[in-house]
Design a protein around this ligand. Structure first.
Ligand SMILES: [Ca+2]
Ligand SMILES: [Ca+2]
Ligand SMILES: [Ca+2]
Length: 176
């Protein structure tokens, strides 16, 4: 796994540690779900449910594979092992990627406007300048929109250990 992928993985850990106590547990996923659904109040109920399901599924995979001592907590060392398991990590991330990208498109026209993208990514915990850089790297159209497909693919790439020099690298702060 390249340096960029390690940095992206480390950033994912800090983001999923939503309450910032240094470990990931189920409460972090509940909080992340709550924050995203608050942004996506106008999305169809099925899309909102899909997001909630994808995050609870994510937690289920994490806890079943990484919480070896069964205390309900996952530390950064545990998490690194998961990220190296590309098959498991990729499949889990792909479900989340689809569900998250769809929340960017409440009217279902396949396009995501920048403010919505900013709100969702802010809810996850990314920094504003990094979010704008990422959106720009996705090549928005003349009306400053990207497609759901481009974003979903971008999220999957973000989680792919073999990828480097991708738009998602814009999410890793220079100081990270
Ligand atoms: Ca936590
Ligand atoms: Ca544990
Ligand atoms: Ca739309």
């Amino acid at each position: 796994m390249g340096h960029e992928a390690f940095q992206r993985a480390a950033l994912v850990f800090t983001l999923f540690d939503t309450n910032g106590n240094g470990v990931i547990d189920e409460a972090d996923f509940d909080l992340m779900t709550e924050r995203l659904l608050l942004v996506a109040e106008d999305s169809p109920a099925a899309d909102r449910q899909a997001l909630a399901d994808s995050l609870s599924g994510y937690w289920k995979v994490l806890s079943e594979t990484l919480d070896t001592n069964g205390d309900g907590l996952i530390n950064p060392q545990d998490f690194r092992g998961f990220v190296l398991n590309t098959e498991l990590f990729g499949a889990t991330a792909a479900v989340f990627a689809e569900a998250l990208a769809v929340l960017g498109d409440p009217d279902g026209d396949g396009l995501i406007e920048r403010p919505r993208f900013l709100d969702l990514m802010t809810a996850i915990g990314f920094e504003t300048p990094n979010i704008h850089s990422l959106f720009d790297a996705f090549g928005p159209d003349a009306e400053d929109r990207i497609t759901v497909r481009v974003w979903a693919d971008g999220i999957r790439d973000y989680y792919s250990p073999e990828k480097s020099g991708i738009p998602g690298d814009h999410l890793v702060p220079d100081s990270f």
